[in-house]
Design a protein around this ligand. Structure first.
Ligand code: GRF
Length: 218
């Protein structure tokens, strides 16, 4: 199968980027990361990309006139590398129509909560403050809103009584590292169709006794 070319946008540690790179290299996802872009020179994701031999670029947002101009530069770089799917992985910037129009229904994001609960920043702290008993992560297509696009995969984790932001974030991250490669796999296999807010996954049968991850991880 021809490999899907993925571009990943990061601002920080890049552990999701690493999970995607690793899953592709293990042959679990028929895709390859061909471009990594960051807005922060210090992002560890840059190092991860370079170590894996992936074209990695730092585009400093302060050097651009505005969000549209910045996104146009991002699009140019992604197109230069032949990217077919864009994965936002801890990319701490609001993206504009410029990116969405260049990659229609081809931009994904991961969020560390069960959307539509706790969108935006500090999702883990929001979950703790609200006192929920379960939270998790969501992989979704990106639309113009903040964390509002059609949901592809969600995974659930418990919130424990003595959790801190750090312990809860770690538990969620473990699920992020499974969910993001899985969502990219579904996309790469051509199994995702979007109807309004719903994302259908062909060939995936979720049995009713699987309650903690949807769709089931197999
Ligand atoms: C993750 O929790 C992701 O859900 C959020 O930002 C964090 C990025 O972590 N959007 P990493 O850089 O992939 O380690």
């Amino acid at each position: 199968m021809k490999k899907l070319k993925v571009g990943v946008l990061v601002s920080g540690n890049g552990s999701n980027l690493q999970a995607i790179i690793d899953a592709c290299q293990r042959g679990e996802v028929p895709a390859e990361v061909v471009s990594v872009i960051t807005n922060r020179a210090t992002a560890f994701g840059l190092e991860r990309a370079r170590k894996a031999g992936i074209a990695a670029v730092h585009l400093d947002h302060r050097e651009f006139a505005g969000r549209e101009a910045y996104d146009a530069a991002v699009v140019a770089e992604l197109q230069r590398q032949g990217v077919e799917l864009v994965a936002l992985a801890g990319f701490m910037r609001i993206i504009t129509r410029v990116l969405l129009d260049a990659f229609p229904q081809r931009v994904m994001n991961i969020h560390p909560a069960l959307l539509p609960s706790f969108p935006g920043l500090d999702a883990q702290q929001q979950a703790l403050d609200h006192g929920v008993k379960v939270t998790g992560c969501t992989v979704h297509f990106v639309d113009e809103g903040t964390d509002t696009g059609p949901i592809i995969i969600q995974a659930v984790v418990p919130v424990l009584p003595d959790d801190s932001v750090e312990t809860l974030s770690r538990r969620i991250l473990c699920q992020e590292h499974r969910s993001y490669p899985q969502a990219i796999r579904f996309y790469a296999e051509g199994r995702l169709t979007v109807e309004g807010r719903r994302v259908n996954i062909s060939g995936e049968h979720v049995s009713s006794d699987v309650s903690l991850i949807n769709p089931s991880a197999r």
